[in-house]
Design a binder for this molecule. Structure first.
Ligand SMILES: Cc1cc2nc3c(=O)[nH]c(=O)nc-3n(C[C@H](O)[C@H](O)[C@H](O)COP(=O)(O)O)c2cc1C
Length: 284
């Protein structure tokens, strides 16, 4: 995986694009995207499969429906996994890295976990039933204006809003919010996590810093994932891991993810430990 874009630029450029221009993505860009996708890996060491669909508009619109959410998109990327511990996080990580790369290329995307016709897209992308198919994204050039439904959706889920630091990041225990000053050089990776996309913009990530580790927790919104056969907010946790990991790497801060680093502390309600990032050779 060779990251050749600035995290801050791509994170700030990316937003959910639901209205696309007629103009197709050029063949050389499509090839570059495929090469980039083929080089993907993730710290959770779970396999994520990518599926491309290049003529989304000419195939039956009805079957490739997005309930009127996405308009004008011709290209789509689908992702499938075996459902096992950390595979949803792996999907979140890899697809978000791809999405940030697409933002760097000037292309719009939109994470879709709910509003797409799974059966129709599975058929068009030749996806069998042995894997689960949690997410697709359209990609292409953003139209100059948002469509009406898109404007209404963004307003309803407050898509432009992000939680404050004091709601997301903590030091030693969950009674003690972490300030940017205390986070020192980790302030940048944490800020990049804060700006990330999440299902219905719920921002379920909570990060606790102690000793030389950042512990990632998921705030499980009660009832939220019930309409799926898996916890879709674990995909959001993978997105948080991608933003954190690419940012520390960009800044030359050394560390790695571990999955069994849960500290023995009291947890607020609905909070579940996900994974940790352990810094090498330095106290945080
Ligand atoms: C895992 C996941 C699933 C999502 N599913 C949908 C979806 O089904 N339909 C949709 O219109 N947006 C979906 N979104 C987009 C979010 O609503 C969006 O990222 C969030 O509101 C923040 O807005 P922004 O992406 O413009 O920053 C999803 C995002 C994520 C991360």
């Amino acid at each position: 995986m060779n990251i050749n874009f600035s995290m801050e630029e791509s994170v700030k450029k990316r937003y959910s694009v639901r209205n696309y221009q007629e103009q197709e993505v050029e063949l050389d860009k499509r090839k570059a995207i495929e090469t980039f996708v083929n080089s993907m890996d993730n710290p959770f060491e779970k396999k994520v499969n990518f599926h491309f669909l290049d003529n989304g508009e000419t195939k039956s619109q009805e079957k490739l429906g997005t309930y009127g959410v996405i308009k004008g998109a011709k290209q789509y990327i689908g992702t499938t996994i075996n459902l096992e511990p950390l595979s949803l996080e792996a999907l979140g990580y890899e697809l978000e890295v791809v999405i940030l790369y697409l933002a760097h290329l000037g292309l719009g995307t939109c994470w879709l976990g709910g509003t797409f016709n799974r059966k129709g897209f599975a058929k068009a992308m030749d996806i069998g039933e042995s894997e689960i198919f949690p997410i697709i994204t359209p990609y292409g050039y953003a139209a100059t204006k948002k469509h009406i439904k898109e404007i209404a959706m963004r307003k309803m889920i407050q898509a432009d809003h992000r939680k404050e630091w004091s709601q997301l990041f903590f030091k030693n225990d969950f009674h003690n919010p972490l300030t940017k000053e205390e986070a020192r050089e980790l302030a940048f990776p944490l800020e990049m996590v804060r700006l990330g996309p999440s299902a219905s913009n719920k921002q379920p990530w909570r990060i606790l810093i102690n000793d030389n580790a950042c512990h990632f927790y998921e705030y499980k919104e009660p009832g939220y994932s019930e309409r799926f056969s898996y916890d879709i907010q674990r995909v959001d946790m993978g997105i948080a891991a991608a933003h954190f990991d690419l940012s520390v790497k960009e800044k030359g801060i050394k560390g790695h993810f571990v999955t069994a680093g849960e500290p023995k502390i009291e947890l607020p309600e609905n909070l579940e430990y996900a994974f940790s990032w352990v810094r090498v050779h330095k106290d945080i």
